[in-house]
Design a protein around this ligand. Sequence first.
Ligand code: NAP
Length: 296
Amino acid sequence: MILVTGATGQLGRVVIEHLMKQGDAGPVAGLVRDEAKASDLKAKGVDVRVGDYNDVGSLDAAMKGVERVLLISGTEMDAAKSLQQHANIIDAAKRAGVRFIAYTGRAMREPSATETKLMKGHFETEDLIRESGLTYALFRNALYMETIVYFVAKGGYRPGQAATFETDIRLPAGQGKVAYALRSELGEAIANALHQGVGEDHVYTLTAGQAWSFDDVARSLGELSGKPVTYTPIDKATFEAQMLGRGVLEAMARLFSGFYRDILEGQLDEVTPEMERLLGRKPAALEDGLKVLFHL
Ligand code: NAP
């Protein structure tokens, strides 16, 4: 049996859906912290297990009879707490005699150079997995294409709202490029890799077939919408002052400017053929994704 954590989350749901489509994938269990959100999973035949990354006892109970675990990184914003949560899952897996663990981290060219603690935490989790002695797969996911909705939103974006975009995009990302991938395609690729089975330790870097700058994002949005859209690189201090001016908390403004710094420094522009191989087709290009995300 495979246990997918974060089963009520967006990536977890896609992975489970594709694992179940494969038919011969065997029983699929999902770890959820709120059972009320999992009725659709139960209806599909997922073995729903309730547990919280912070609650070791609940994780021990959830691992019963599990042979493989896909640990989907949590949403905790405090990097130290987040790492502890991931350690709790890895340790529970070891105690339960799980033989294989997979983890969804991030694609980054030079992890030691990032100043973003949450990004570093992904690689620290990978180290814990390597040290665990379990057979592993590390999925280093590209930045979700869906995040563009947040980057270019007019006056800020909240989940559930219709996506809008500024026609005068100003960000501290220079001409840095990102090999964005759609979350749905990342989930599908991960499910395919898990289905193919991994006999030995493996690191997958899952990216689009190309990387795009914010000039490319602006050009594409302009072509698709018929409106002139421009991108102007700005400096970090100007960006942070703008965020604070809009009432964004200082810690959040710093976090975002750290993400843009990684983009500017070329940390997210690596392109690999692995996602195309796992999907059996080319991953969505920027224009395809923008059409869907902005209903263009
Ligand atoms: P998501 O929709 O927010 O799902 C996160 C899942 O983690 C949810 O199911 C959530 O449970 C679960 N979770 C969080 N804390 C937990 C805890 N303490 N105990 C048990 N479950 C917990 O995020 P996503 O879109 O699926 O993405 C998956 C992960 O990728 C994120 O959590 C984040 O680490 C990372 N991420 C990657 C990118 C990227 O660009 N590659 C961008 C953003 C985030 P609930 O359903 O109960 O909330």
